[in-house]
Design a protein around this ligand. Structure first.
Ligand SMILES: *[C@@H]1O[C@H](CO)[C@@H](O)[C@H](O)[C@H]1NC(C)=O
Ligand SMILES: *[C@@H]1O[C@H](CO)[C@@H](O)[C@H](O)[C@H]1NC(C)=O
Ligand SMILES: *[C@@H]1O[C@H](CO)[C@@H](O)[C@H](O)[C@H]1NC(C)=O
Length: 700
């Protein structure tokens, strides 16, 4: 019907336009009115002028008579008209009078189109599986499938959006009027595995202010992993932000010299193992050694990657194997990793600790890096030692020590236990210390029980000499020793001034400063030789440990304490100070007492008594004396003026220098190991007032 009306409309358009049409008895101003579609019911199309005596009726045979009615001489529409169904209505109005005269008026009603239809997609829900390796610019969904139609025959404007965050930009449409979807950017399965696109179709441009009808279609995109990546050896480290490249570290293993392992080698950090990162595909991987397999010593299992031996290693050189993992389906998808295999001497024995348990003691509030001391001998740093029966002297140079389960303490390579933090509260800490042979990787462990004590608690501990006391005494004694030395020097100078001076000068020219700092003595008797040694904490004795002798580095390892700032109040007392006047008196007494006990001052060398060290004076220089004879030099000896003032100054200078050298005077200074280890550490007994030290604290 619509089609026929179209035809009719075309024909009518060719006819001459007559605005006013009349028939006998009736007329209308315009017999070709137009009406917008979707009109209200009763819409007046035309007013009919009917002459008196005539009546106007609708000719029921006219094509569209059913659309019209006449009411009060008005031609009205009886229903709403849809342009998409009717574009032209034709109605005949018959005018008749009682005498039977009649005529008819043809009225053509043109229906005007309105934008009353939305675009329509043939399909509103799509699901597309897109391989990860789809080429950029490939068409994902064709235009025909996605084009929307519009009953108003409007031009359709398209827009594509996505509802999944971070998946923008991968898919696009070809143009605003071409809804074909294509891949705009390369896909990555690791980034997203699916997304949802919404395609909008509008019958006006998005910028138009006209009323616009819109339709939408949903496109679900599922990304399918493709075989894009080569194998990765595990464990591996990502080297790019996209995490698409993962590089493996070195695998390491060890074999015994001249011994053929029967089992697959155990490697660190794990067995040679590679995966296909395209895990949904998980292509089969095979392994091979590509280089470094000198003499074909090693064999790699193609399927498992396990490395076994074909023959024993005959040279101590390490093997650096390059191994390859490749996909069976495509050998160009491969990765290379390195395997270092060390050849070591067979270790038949694991190291072991001679002591099952070590007891240590340390003060609270010590700076990190302070020694833990031996609970039984608080003057000596605690040192753990593992022995190894594979070595003739049981000393395995490859052993390192670690503390396993506690970060408050550390162990040095030598087995000394140090604090790692400032220990705040007293208590008992049990540590597991481990000795590891870094070549054979054999281990031993032991227990270290450390008592953390308050400085004030020290006197109440069971130890005859607390660490604190030892520390105080260490400093005190070192100072006194110096005083004694200076004094001796002065006395000697007075007695043998010239000879010594000559000797010193000769020696100096050979040995410059080497001998200068030698304050070490050794006495062959226990500290209790001094009658005053046991007088509580005010007097005491220090015996430097023999193991300190074995570790000449000890003194220099000793922590430098920031004195009163970091030390508890009590330990300030340990800072060595002198009351010079008193001290000199004491030194004289001291020297006498020492002589009573056993003089270390000799006029000749006592070579017979091994281990016994003494100061002796010689009148000539024996060139064969070698390393075991050290010369004590003193500024006082060099000085022409031997007055007390000068002596005092020299002492102070020496003290300062010693502080810098090995901190013997500091609170914790307990050992007398000098840099010059040829003269062993000394045992000395002195007597000193602690009160004096306190009183003169500021003088240092
Ligand atoms: C090397 O020798 C030690 C001690 O006999 C043994 O425990 C170890 O398994 C050997 N290493 C290899 C790789 O066979
Ligand atoms: C040998 O290969 C198997 C399979 O990959 C693995 O489970 C095993 O750990 C490997 N053995 C060694 C000693 O690497
Ligand atoms: C292995 O032992 C030999 C002799 O037994 C020795 O000369 C060599 O230094 C040792 N190698 C290592 C790394 O300990």
């Amino acid at each position: 019907m619509a089609a026929s009306h179209w035809l009719l409309t075309s024909v009518l358009c060719l006819l001459p336009f007559t605005a006013h049409v009349s028939a006998q008895g009736c007329s209308v101003d315009n017999n070709r009115p137009s009406v917008s579609e979707n009109n209200p019911i009763g819409y007046v199309v035309a007013t009919i002028h009917v002459e008196p005596g005539f009546t106007a009726t609708i000719d029921p045979t006219s094509p569209d008579a059913s659309f019209f009615m006449i009411q009060d001489s008005k031609l009205k529409l009886t229903r709403s008209v849809d342009y998409e169904e009717e574009t032209l209505l034709l109605v005949s109005v018959v005018c008749e009078n009682a005498a039977g005269e009649s005529d008819s008026l043809e009225i053509f009603v043109t229906i005007l189109n309105e934008n009353d239809n939305s675009p329509v997609f043939k399909q509103t829900n799509f699901t597309e599986v897109v391989p990860e390796d789809t080429k950029v610019d490939s068409t994902i969904i064709a235009r025909e499938e996605l084009s929307a139609s519009d009953a108003d025959l409007d031009i359709i404007y398209y827009e594509l959006t996505t509802t999944v965050p971070a998946t923008d930009g991968y898919f696009a449409i070809r143009g605003v009027n071409n809804p074909e979807i294509y891949l705009q950017k390369a896909l990555d399965y690791e980034k997203f595995k699916q997304t949802t696109l919404i395609l909008y179709a509008r019958d006006r441009p998005v910028t138009s202010t006209d009323p616009t009808n819109t339709a939408s279609a949903t496109i679900n995109i599922i990304i399918e992993q493709a075989d894009t990546k080569p194998p990765w050896f595990l464990p591996c480290t990502f080297i790019n932000e996209e995490r698409s490249i993962c590089i493996s570290n070195l695998y390491t293993g060890r074999v015994n010299m001249s011994e053929m392992a029967t089992e697959p080698l155990i490697l660190e950090p794990g067995p040679v193992y590679a995966i296909d990162p395209d895990y949904t595909i998980n292509e089969r991987i095979i392994y091979s050694i590509v280089s470094g397999n000198t003499d074909n010593v090693f064999f790699m299992d193609t399927d498992t990657g396990n490395i076994t031996m074909n023959k024993p290693a005959s040279s101590p050189d390490s093997y650096l194997l390059q191994v390859m993992a490749t996909q069976v389906n495509n050998i160009q998808k491969y990765s290379i990793a390195n395997v270092e295999i060390k050849v070591i001497n067979k270790s038949n024995h694991a190291p072991y600790f001679e002591s099952r348990i070590y007891n240590g003691i340390v003060l609270v509030n010590q700076v990190p890096g302070s020694f833990v001391f031996q609970a039984e001998h608080p003057s000596s740093p605690l040192m753990i030692t593992a022995v190894d029966d594979d070595f003739p002297d049981k000393v395995n140079p490859n052993i390192e020590y670690h503390i396993n389960d506690n970060t408050d303490f550390t162990a040095t390579k030598d087995g000394l236990i140090l604090t790692n933090v400032v220990l705040q509260s007293p208590g008992t800490v049990t540590l597991e210390a481990v000795a590891i042979d870094v070549v054979s990787l054999q281990k031993a462990s032991t227990e270290v029980v450390v008592q953390v004590v308050l400085a004030t608690d020290v006197s109440s501990t069971n130890n005859p000499y607390s660490a604190q006391d030892m520390a105080i005494l260490g400093g005190t004694l070192a100072a006194l020793l110096l005083v004694a030395l200076v004094f001796l020097g002065v006395m000697l100078y007075k007695q043998y001034g010239k000879k010594v001076n000559n000797m010193m000068r000769k020696k100096l020219s050979k040995k410059t400063s080497k001998g200068y700092h030698n304050q070490s003595y050794k006495q062959d008797e226990q500290p209790d030789v001094s009658p005053t040694a046991h007088e509580a904490s005010e007097k005491g004795s220090v015996r430097s440990a023999t193991d300190v002798q074995e570790q000449p580095a000890l003194a220099s390892v000793f922590p430098i304490t920031e004195e009163s700032e970091s030390l508890p109040e009590a330990s300030v007392a340990s800072t060595v100070v002198f009351d010079q006047e008193k001290k000199e008196d004491e030194v004289e007494e001291e020297a006498e007492r020492e002589k009573e006990v056993k003089s270390i001052l000799k006029t000749d060398r006592q070579a017979a008594n091994d281990g016994y060290k003494a100061v002796w004076f010689r009148t000539d220089v024996d060139p064969e004396a070698g390393e075991s004879i050290e010369v004590i030099e003193d500024n006082a000896v060099e000085s022409d003026d031997d007055s007390d003032q000068d002596l005092q100054r020299n002492e102070e200078e020496e003290e300062e220098e010693d502080d810098d050298k090995d901190h013997l005077h500091r609170g914790q200074g307990v050992s007398f190991a000098s840099e010059n280890s040829s003269v062993p550490a000394a045992e000395v007994a002195v007597n000193m007032s602690r009160a004096d030290s306190l009183a003169d604290d500021s003088s240092l």
